[in-house]
Each structure stands twice: as C-alpha cells, then as structure tokens.
Design a binder for this molecule. Sequence first.
Ligand code: ATP
Ligand code: MG
Length: 230
Amino acid sequence: MSTILECKHLTKQYHQGDTTVNALQGVDVSFNKGEFVSISGPSGSGKSTLLHIIGSLEQPTDGDVILDGISLRNESRRELADIRLNRIGFVFQAYNLIPVLTAAENVEFILQLQGVDRQARRARSGELLKQVGLEGLENRRPGQLSGGQQQRVAVARALASHPAIVLADEPTANLDSKNSDELLALMSKLNQESNVTIIVATHDPKVIAHTRRHIVLTDGNIETDETRAA
Ligand SMILES: Nc1ncnc2c1ncn2[C@@H]1O[C@H](COP(=O)(O)OP(=O)(O)OP(=O)(O)O)[C@@H](O)[C@H]1O
Ligand SMILES: [Mg+2]
C-alpha cells in the first residue's frame, strides 16, 4: 500500500485574548491510497482543525503535511491554492454549493478553474451526477434539491478534479437517516470504484461503522487508531 498523506507532528494553537487553545498537540498519522477513514472524538477535540490543515485551508503552528509527496509547509499561497484545486476534494456540512448555479454548473465550476473546456466539463459533470444518482436533475439549483441531493452534488463536485483525497467534515450532520444511509453507500462505492482516499470527521456512529479505519481524537491528540480486518 502506498502512502498518500502524512501528518508530521501537527500542532495548532489558537490565541483568544489571554488564553491559548491547543487544538492539535502533535498529531502524527499517515494515510494510504484508497483508505476510507473516519475521525471522531468529542466536540472541540480538533477534528475540523485537522481536516482544515490537511486541506491547507489553515496553516499549522508547527509540523507539516506531506500530500502526494509534496510538503505543504514550503509551498506559497498560490501553490497551495493549486494543490487544493487539483488534489483535494471537500465535502463540508453546509454543502457550500453556489446557490445561483445549477447542479451541473456547481460541479463544473472547479473544472472551469482548471481550464477544462466547456464540452469536456459538461461531459464530466453529466457522468459524475449520474454516478451519484442525480441524472435528470442537472439543471436544478441547490434550492430546488433536497438536503440529501445537495450533499450528493457536493460529493460529485469534490470528485470532479480526480483528487487524491476527499475531506468530509460531518457530511451527514444535516441529513435524516435515509439520506445519511444513501450518502454513505455512495461514498463507499466511490471509494471502492475510484480508489480515492476519503477522510471523514463525524459524530455519526453509522459513518464510523462504515469505515474500516477509525481514529479517535481527544484534546488534539490521537487516542486510538484502529483498522478492522477486511
Ligand atoms: N478559529 C478559531 N479560533 C479560536 N479557536 C478555535 C478556532 N477554531 C477552532 N478553535 C478551537 O480549537 C479547538 C478544536 O476545534 P475543532 O473545530 O477542530 O473541534 P471539532 O473536533 O471539529 O469539534 P466539533 O465536533 O464540535 O465540530 C476547540 O477548542 C475550538 O474552540
Ligand atoms: Mg468540527
């Protein structure tokens, strides 16, 4: 198995007035290509902070992230933006879809940033939306889709650029149990079919049950890191 992502002694401190919050306290962890991993732990344990740092949305106070052999620590802001665009897919709780764009346009937006031509964009978004079960709804705007459907658009969008890893922060938090089940089945299927590495921060026991590897964070430290036999 090849390593796709390494976190090397990541620390993150937030300063609020006189107080310092140690959100991450030296996290060392690696992920292999194709793994489907859940990260749980109490509220405030550092899950979102870890995903944001892996996704280079935030900088660590100390330590480094090595993604696909690239040390993020030494990259410029511009290079980091490129890495986010080309190598990482994000699926966050509040979907983050652009309300005035259709489902297809939301998926195509990233491809447009990458300079993919119009016809190829349309073809790729059509294929992805079909893959996530939204064939026929390509021209609906987010407000005309259910929460579960919107989250599936977010998954399609995350996969549009063939990323090395997909980071999902509480992707089922706003979904009822039926839609959560569907989203999970979808993510498992995509994980298996495209061998993309998926890391999900979650409080949802169903999500945890679906992933072979489960990491528990407590107070910014890895408490347990267990992989079940296949
Ligand atoms: N921008 C920020 N400024 C100051 N403190 C922050 C900031 N972001 C997070 N924190 C603090 O860092 C710690 C870790 O927060 P984080 O959001 O990573 O937790 P979490 O595990 O994702 O929690 P939850 O399960 O509630 O989403 C918390 O104590 C939080 O209050
Ligand atoms: Mg969080």
